[in-house]
Design a protein around this ligand. Structure first.
Ligand code: SF4
Length: 318
């Protein structure tokens, strides 16, 4: 089958004068319709850059994003508009993306009117229905963003994204700023909407626990590269990469004995001066000589192309 966002390759460089930082490199990711793919990594690992590139906010300096088999950069103006509506983004801080001088009815409904998905006369009813879908009382539609809590503002952001009938939603740390109890509610809302509208999500977070709650597949990123990707169950039961295993060990719910908690040593190196070979080698307890010079490539685990990992240990063990 043709993926929705099939083959995202190569990818992006951020210009940092006088140096060039390759924020994301060698990422090769297919996302199928109706799938929820989680991207996990520490801040600065390139996952936000990847999300922005997929949603068309940042153009890739190399490689390509294919949408339904066609390179996004080569789309006609009409197809490009279609793509930009089909792929919506939800951010960590909805407040900064909600115009404080606009009423909620206009924030949610204006895009739908502009793109002909409803009429000006039909906007109120269109918005009221969306507000119900995301758990907001339509009676509040004339209020302004500052009159809502953080969780409610995130629901407004979700309603605004849904208003233009997207196929894909890129959620960038979409629940990171919320209290834990509100996080769970908003995550449940995401799951409910995914089933109802058959949405595809790219769910980006530093928190493996949050991502695993919602994702069919999980990709682990380290310094701009995917180091392991697998179905969520396989990530937890058969993780191969030392970085993935360390992330799993750090999950509070899996830490039964805090005395033996063994955090990943060291800091994430600067993308301005990434380590040679395997970028994880300065922090890896299993690093060998070859890890310092030779970058491991993603390879299928037990011939299962859905589970791939990039570590030299895979060749060392029989
Ligand atoms: Fe560790 Fe080497 Fe594997 Fe990198 S390639 S994760 S340094 S063992």
């Amino acid at each position: 089958p043709v993926g929705l966002l099939d083959r995202v390759t190569g990818l992006l460089s951020r210009q940092h004068k006088p140096r060039v930082v390759q924020a994301v490199a060698g990422v090769d990711l297919d996302i199928m319709p109706g799938e929820v793919v989680g991207i996990v990594g520490e801040s600065g690992c390139g996952k936000t850059t990847l999300g922005r590139m997929l949603s068309g906010i940042l153009p890739p300096s190399g490689g390509s994003v294919l949408y339904q088999g066609q390179a996004v950069t080569g789309l006609s103006a009409a197809r490009r508009r279609e793509y930009e509506l089909a792929v919506q983004m939800i951010f960590q801080d909805p407040y900064s993306s909600l115009n404080p001088r606009m009423r909620i009815v206009d924030i949610i409904g204006e895009g739908a009117v502009v793109h002909g998905l409803t009429t000006r006369a039909g906007k109120e009813a269109y918005v009221a229905e969306l507000m119900r879908k995301v758990g907001l009382d339509p009676a509040y539609r004339y209020r302004y963003p500052h009159q809502f809590s953080g969780g409610q503002r995130q629901r407004i952001g979700i309603a605004r994204a849904l208003a233009v009938k997207p196929a894909v939603i890129v959620c960038d740390e979409a629940v990171a700023a919320l209290d834990v109890s509100i996080q769970a509610q908003v995550l449940n809302l995401f799951m409910q909407l995914q089933r109802e509208y058959d949405l595809t999500y790219l769910f980006i977070s530093h928190n493996l626990g949050v991502v695993s709650h919602i994702s069919d597949r999980v990709a682990i990123m380290y310094l701009g590269r995917i180091v392991e990707i697998a179905g969520t169950d396989a990530i937890f039961s058969r993780a191969q990469h030392p970085y993935t295993r360390a992330l799993i060990k750090e999950l509070p719910q899996l830490r039964t004995d805090r005395r033996h908690f063994d955090p990943i040593r060291g800091e994430l190196p600067s993308p301005l001066d990434p380590p040679t070979g395997c970028a994880f080698h300065p922090r890896c307890p299993y690093a060998m000589k070859r890890c310092e010079v030779e970058r491991p490539l993603l390879q299928a685990i037990n011939n299962d192309t859905r589970h791939r990992s990039a570590c030299h240990l895979l060749e060392e063990t029989p």
